[in-house]
Design a protein around this ligand. Structure first.
Ligand SMILES: Cc1cc2nc3c(=O)[nH]c(=O)nc-3n(C[C@H](O)[C@H](O)[C@H](O)COP(=O)(O)OP(=O)(O)OC[C@H]3O[C@@H](n4cnc5c(N)ncnc54)[C@H](O)[C@@H]3O)c2cc1C
Length: 344
């Protein structure tokens, strides 16, 4: 195990913002994960687990403990659609491989950046699919003890952008592999209107066609990483879609004069698109505050447009958006990316 000191973290993130890790180690095996965790424990250092860095805002001061970069590789697939992938595998490469093998269940999650190990953490979702629907189990190490456990999906506490890994047991585990249960020969999911419209009047599209459509839609919103697209230097959606009570949703029409979009969640509760609220609060796509701003293609993405942008500048804009949405609509927008090194 090689422990490095004062390693810049910005290059390990899609936002390319933030300070250094006091200590940094890469783990290629479960044994290295355990060694690194026990090394940190022996020095009473906090540990932060880094995957693909696509859902992070690292503070300008960096992280004062050990950043453990999970790079375990390996994929095993069985005939019945079960796929076991190591946490350090690239998520979209796995989706591509499964689609090519005719395995349905994650095709709408094409193009989401990051690692396999990151997918259960916030239960990634897009275009009508959530990864939790296909997760059978998650293998994880308890950072405090170095012990590994297989957690059944039912133990992971999955809900919208939530699992035990980012809520009740946040910071406790390192995911080393995930077992997905996919549907061999299954049909693609076509729930999302923008996708459905693309196949209007055509016979049932294949998994590969749906994957291509998802990638095209995502590229149009700069929600695919592309080195030549400045709008993609982001952490994806910066705010979760708030879930509110019906009367609060109804009040939105009185304030704005138009009915707000809604997705039923449970009796009395609806999900409202955060992008709609931000738009209606008066923010414009492409609006900037120095080197940071709102993507010119997607209101929900905050972007580092270059020029030595800092985490402080980005967070100031995020707080400005939260405050204006709260003042106008009485709705709290919750930030989606994980903040690291902000003393939380
Ligand atoms: C352009 C763009 C588009 C995006 N679109 C979507 C989208 O459509 N839907 C969606 O849900 N998300 C989206 N995201 C967010 C992000 O890609 C996902 O949340 C992704 O799963 C994060 O994985 P990661 O490996 O990059 O995790 P990181 O960003 O490295 O880490 C995120 C969190 O997961 C934890 N973590 C990572 N790996 C492990 C592990 N092995 N064990 C334990 N904890 C771990 C970290 O400690 C941290 O708390 C998007 C991001 C970008 C930049």
């Amino acid at each position: 195990m090689n422990i490095q000191e004062n390693v810049p973290l910005a290059p390990h993130t899609t936002l390319r913002i933030g300070g250094p890790a006091r200590y940094y180690a890469t783990a290629l095996s479960e044994e290295e994960l355990r060694d690194a965790a026990l090394w940190a424990r022996s020095r009473s250092l906090p540990v932060f687990v880094l995957g693909g860095g696509s859902n992070l805002v690292i503070s300008d001061d960096g992280f004062p403990g050990l950043v453990l970069h999970v790079r375990l590789r390996g994929i095993e697939a069985t005939q019945d659609g079960r796929v076991v992938a190591a946490a350090g595998e690239d998520w979209d490469a796995l989706v591509s491989r499964c689609v090519a093998a005719g395995l349905a269940g994650i095709e709408c999650l094409s193009g989401i950046p990051g690692s396999v190990g990151g997918t259960p953490v916030q239960n990634v979702g897009a275009y009508g699919q959530e990864v939790s629907a296909t997760i059978r189990s998650v293998r994880a190490m308890d950072i405090a003890t170095g012990e590994f456990r297989n957690l059944a999906a039912s133990e992971c506490g999955f809900s919208y952008r939530t699992s035990i890994f980012n809520s009740s047991e946040r910071g406790r585990h390192v995911v080393s592999s995930v077992t997905y249960e996919l549907d061999p020969g299954g049909a693609p999911r076509l729930d999302y209107k923008e996708l459905k419209d693309r196949f209007e009047g055509r016979p049932a599209p294949s998994l590969a066609e749906v994957r291509e459509a998802v990638l095209t839609v995502r590229a149009g919103k700069s929600m695919l990483l592309a080195s030549d697209d400045p709008n993609s230097r982001s952490a994806g959606s910066f705010f979760k879609n708030p879930i509110v009570r019906e009367p609060l949703w109804a009040a939105l029409e009185k304030t704005t004069g138009v009915p707000a979009p809604r997705y039923a969640v449970s009796p009395g509760l609806v999900k409202v698109p955060a992008a709609w609220l931000i738009d209606r609060a008066g923010f414009q796509r492409g609006e900037r505050r120095g080197p940071v701003g709102i993507s010119s293609r997607h209101t929900l993405a905050l972007v580092n447009f270059g020029g030595n942008a800092t985490a402080a500048q980005l967070m100031k804009l995020a707080v400005e958006i939260q405050a204006r949405v709260m003042k106008r609509f009485g709705i709290e927008l919750e930030m989606e990316p994980v903040r690291v090194g902000f003393g939380e």
